[in-house]
Design a protein around this ligand. Sequence first.
Ligand SMILES: NC(=O)c1ccc[n+]([C@@H]2O[C@H](COP(=O)([O-])OP(=O)(O)OC[C@H]3O[C@@H](n4cnc5c(N)ncnc54)[C@H](OP(=O)(O)O)[C@@H]3O)[C@@H](O)[C@H]2O)c1
Length: 313
Amino acid sequence: MPAMPPVQIQLTIIGCGTLGRNIVDGLLRSVSLQPTKNYRLSLTTRNPQQLSGLQRDYPTALVTADNKDARIWQGSPPSPLHIVVIGTQPQYTASVCRDISEAYMSFHRSPHVPVVVTVCPGITMSQLAQELPPRAPIVRSMPNTPVAAGQGATALFANQWVDAKSMNQVDHVFRAISPTVEVLDREEMMDVVAAVSGSAPAYAFHLMRSLADAATARGIPAHAAQDLIVQSFLGAAMLARQCPPESLSKLLSDVCVPGGSTAKAMATLDNYRASEVVDQAVQASWVANQAMGDSWTRQNDGTDDPAKATHKI
Ligand SMILES: NC(=O)c1ccc[n+]([C@@H]2O[C@H](COP(=O)([O-])OP(=O)(O)OC[C@H]3O[C@@H](n4cnc5c(N)ncnc54)[C@H](OP(=O)(O)O)[C@@H]3O)[C@@H](O)[C@H]2O)c1
């Protein structure tokens, strides 16, 4: 991993909701990046209740309801790099890009355009570039909610205006909350990873819940069932992480003694075509991720009411 240069970056999260909070929580747990020493944090949201929640939970951050707040954009002292994460729902991305553009044009003191980082699938580089300043460096990212525990998995894709130094810094921010960071070289793959690693925690929670329900239905106390199952997933993931990716089948067969009870359980999953069901689930999610870019078009041509739209990963 390249070393973190000894500079203080400015990190802004516009629309600090569930994922934004997960990112901040993960950063605050990180030992590799220290708030105020390595980065200055600004958070925005528009709802007064959420605003006071952010002020209460993150007292060291600048919290504001105004995406164009001069204190964010003038930066005192100016940082050599400003990373702006758009954490809103997809249908608000275009208007947030316009806020960023206007604020940058009004207040900037640095010759560098901020690096804009999105977390939303479907919305493409070319759509984003329409509303951002010319030659804006943009990174599309796809983290997942385990970033809150410093255990996220994140994919990144950058446009041609992101220089190596800035990319190094973006990579460092995500690596502080996400032991796995994969930089992809094909933009369209971002919508696939959104359907896989972006959503993977949901698959894990779904399966854990099903196992917990099965355990409690057979008399195991709920807390014991949850503890045993969660630790089993954690241990299995750690075991899998120690092994090369092609060994997942080997790990599976190691648990399944031929003719044993686990082998019977897995045969039952196969009989119900569980792998095909997962593939269909990923397909549905992938299609939905690609369609999120449509909310941009609808919003910009006035055919969408953002207040009624609910698309999210
Ligand atoms: N949650 C996940 O697991 C996950 C994983 C990967 C990527 N993502 C992506 O992350 C994005 C956010 O998801 P989320 O689950 O964090 O959504 P969320 O909890 O709804 O958070 C979005 C926040 O942005 C605020 N907001 C909306 N428009 C704004 C504006 N113009 N200025 C300032 N704040 C604004 C919202 O306020 P209101 O409540 O008033 O609307 C809300 O607090 C989505 O694009 C999603 O696809 C999510």
